[in-house]
Structures are given as C-alpha cells and as structure tokens.
Design a protein around this ligand. Structure first.
Ligand SMILES: Nc1ncnc2c1ncn2[C@@H]1O[C@H](COP(=O)(O)OP(=O)(O)O)[C@@H](O)[C@H]1O
Ligand SMILES: [Mg+2]
Length: 275
C-alpha cells in the first residue's frame, strides 16, 4: 500500500513536460508533485507511474517516494489559469503524488556525468518497461544531492493501452539510441546480469498491489483489478528474462543539434575524445 495523503493547497503548475502536473502541499505537511487522473491519457499514466516507480525502487534505482493523494477540486478555486481549473475539476478523488525534490536540477548530459554501471542499469530498466520518455530532449532524470533520480514513467508499457498486444510486446526489442544516457557507455550486460534475476514474480506482485483498485476497474477483457494486476506481472516477468539481449544502442545521430552553449559543447568534445 502506498501512503495516502490529502491535498491541502495547490501551489503552482509545472509546465516543462506537457501533462501539467502541479506542485501541491498535503495534510502530512509534505510537498508533492501531483499527477492528475483527469490529464491526457488519464489513469493509465498514473498506473504506469506506480508500477514503474515501485519496480525501479525495488531494483535499487532512485525514485522519489510515491503516495496516493485525495483531491477536492475546491482547493484550486483561486487558480486563475482555466486549463488548470479544468484539470482539477476533472480529477476529484484519488490522484498520484510524488515527493517533490527541492532544488533538484534537470539532468543535462553535457553538464553532468554518470558511470557505465549506473547508465546501464537505467537503460536496462527503461528497456524493461519500454520507456520512450528518457530521451536527449526530454530526459526525465533529476540530479539531487549529486545523484541521479528517475521521474516521469507515464509514457511506458505501451501495451497496457491495448492489452491484446501485450503478449507480443513481451518479446519486443528496445531502441536506446536516443536515450539520454546512451553516450555514457552503458554496461547493459552487467545491468541485465544484476537486475533480471531480481525481477521476480514476488517483487512484481508487490509492485502491482500498490496500484489502487479504482485505477484498474472496468478494464475491458478483465475480470476485475486483480486480473489486470496479473497481466502486468506476466508481461514484465517475460520481458525481464530476455530484454538485455534486445537493446540497440546506436550512436546518437550527429545531426541532432545541441541546445547547449558553446562552452558546454567544448566540454563534451573533450569527454568524447577521452573515451
Ligand atoms: N519529484 C520531483 N521533484 C522535483 N521536480 C520534479 C519532480 N517531478 C517532476 N519535477 C519537475 O516537473 C517537470 C514535469 O514533471 P514530469 O513528471 O516530467 O511530468 P510531464 O512530463 O508529464 O509533464 C519535470 O521535468 C521536473 O522538472
Ligand atoms: Mg516529463
């Protein structure tokens, strides 16, 4: 079970990504990033956040703590932006909260380093869950107290948007050439050897039990929330066994323009030369 808190104040929207999460305060005096059931692809995104976030944590990767958060849309009454108003109105009830990491910086591959072991673990994990949102342009990695933290797992497990495709998805390859950590020589073989045996039925069952029933109810073709949970376990268990050998790691294409200023690019060139 994830902790349950109640939102007490809507502080501000976060506009970087696109799903318009909000910073909120809650009755446990915590500050959270809140992801709304009423946003874009709705509750599936939140299910993905829970499944991937808890799985990553279970494998020893750093992910901010998750909680389920009760929202009474009335707390946003003073919010002037009609887009935010609409989102809050559509999201009464249970939503997802992620512990807000104050002062965290977005990971910039030109300004931060990571070692091949850690890069390998992150790439392998993203391959396992089919994460398409850890790219050069949109890393969804934070640096906090000098360490890498994983956020934003909404765009993963594409198969859960169309369950009849899930069996085929279990064996699908992962193209990591656009991955933000692709240039850090990720040691995927080492990561697979370390992590694949840890993706057990027991771990996955614990992970999916953290998803609230009401985000799993009414899924076509399933006889209730536990049957849907089982389906997540089955795909991920099968994927874990073979995905390490199906990750492509091409060179990041040279024509992709750097958005960094000249002095940072000089640094990058120096690093590339060292390898
Ligand atoms: N736990 C967190 N702590 C601090 N900042 C965060 C946290 N989660 C998200 N952010 C910031 O908010 C932005 C948007 O959040 P994200 O989860 O990526 O949502 P989306 O991309 O779906 O809009 C992130 O790029 C990051 O800058
Ligand atoms: Mg994002």
């Amino acid at each position: 079970m994830l902790p349950e808190v109640t939102a007490t104040r809507y502080v501000t929207p976060l506009r970087e990504g696109g799903s318009l999460p909000g910073i909120v305060e809650a009755d446990d005096l915590g500050t959270y990033v809140m992801k709304f059931t009423g946003a874009g692809q709705g509750r599936k995104t939140l299910v993905a956040e829970v499944v991937c976030g808890q799985l990553a944590r279970g494998l020893g990767l750093r992910v901010p703590e998750l909680a389920v958060i009760e929202l009474d849309p009335v707390i946003g009454r003073g919010e002037p932006d009609p887009e935010v108003q609409a989102l809050l109105k559509a999201s009464g009830g249970l939503n997802l909260a992620m512990d807000f990491l104050p002062g965290a910086l977005g990971f910039d591959p030109l300004a931060f380093e990571t070692d091949p072991a850690e890069a390998g673990r992150v790439v392998w994990f993203d391959a396992l869950v089919g994460n398409v949102d850890r790219s050069w342009r949109n890393p969804n990695l934070l640096v906090w107290h000098g360490q890498l933290w994983l956020i934003d797992h909404g765009a993963t497990m594409i198969w859960h948007h169309n369950w009849p495709t899930a069996a085929a998805a279990a064996g699908r390859a992962y193209d990591a050439s656009d991955h933000v950590l692709a240039s850090f020589a990720p040691d995927i073989a080492a990561a697979a050897a370390e992590l694949a045996p840890r993706v057990t039925e027991e771990l996955l069952t614990a992970v999916v039990s953290d998803v609230p029933d009401e985000w799993l109810e009414g899924e076509p073709g399933f006889d209730g929330p536990d049957a849907v949970r089982r389906a997540y376990v089955d795909v991920l268990l099968e994927r874990a066994a073979g995905i390490g050998g199906r990750i492509t790691l091409g060179e990041r294409s040279a024509e992709k323009p750097s958005q960094a200023p000249e002095w940072v690019r000089v640094r990058l060139d120096g690093r590339a030369g060292k390898k």
